[in-house]
Design a protein around this ligand. Structure first.
Ligand SMILES: [Zn+2]
Length: 204
């Protein structure tokens, strides 16, 4: 009666350039091992895996296959986009304290909701370690980032950071300190900030 299973679901569908068979359709799938009791998944026993499955050849790929750089993005010194800034600020928020599995899932989900792009664990991990080695602080990063982001983008960064920090209702003192400074760092007034915090719930 006790067993294991991989609980799978399709997060999205679309078209992509399959490395094996060229332009075709894909499914973005999530899979997570569960302990089952009478075939009902009850306890997750491993991390969530996200992968891209080709509809034609059925081959599985890392989600990064969806964002293989197009030639015009390879031009050096490309300008940072909202997506880049969102990713960096999420990484900085994660780095502020111990990073748990729930923080990672929420970060991936929030990034997905706000950019329509998947964020692989490896990309998130490498951004976190880059930020750690560069010793970048949230305040120095947002001081420059908030100048190139428009008002709505700054509000979504605030929602994203709140969602990532407040996962499972637990908020560490270090992350809460950053959240308290966000309105000033992002140059948004308190009432707009409060609304963005309320919207954070919908991102998760
Ligand atoms: Zn294929």
């Amino acid at each position: 009666m006790i067993g294991t299973m991989n609980w799978k679901s399709t997060r999205m569908k679309g078209t992509f350039d399959c490395p094996e068979c060229g332009p075709t359709e894909f499914k973005l799938r999530e899979s997570r091992p569960f302990l089952t009791f009478y075939l009902i998944p009850v306890i997750p026993i491993g991390g969530m895996e996200v992968y891209v499955q080709c509809d034609k050849c059925n081959e599985s790929f890392e989600p990064s296959v969806l964002s293989i750089a197009k030639p015009d993005e390879l031009v050096s010194g490309r300008q940072r986009t909202y997506d880049d800034d969102l990713l960096t600020s999420i990484a900085l928020m994660l780095n502020a304290d111990a990073i748990g599995e729930p923080n990672i899932w929420v970060a991936q989900r929030v990034y997905w909701r706000l950019t329509n792009q998947s964020l692989s664990r490896s990309r998130l991990g490498s951004e976190c370690s880059q930020m750690r080695s560069s010793r970048m602080s949230m305040s120095s990063f947002l001081a420059t980032a908030s100048e190139r982001l428009d008002f709505d983008e700054r509000l979504s960064v605030a929602s994203a950071l709140f969602a990532v920090a407040a996962v499972e209702g637990k908020l560490s003192p270090m992350r809460s300190k950053i959240l308290q400074r966000l309105p000033a760092l992002l140059a948004v007034d308190e009432s707009a900030f409060r609304e963005s915090v309320e919207e954070a719930v919908e991102l998760v």
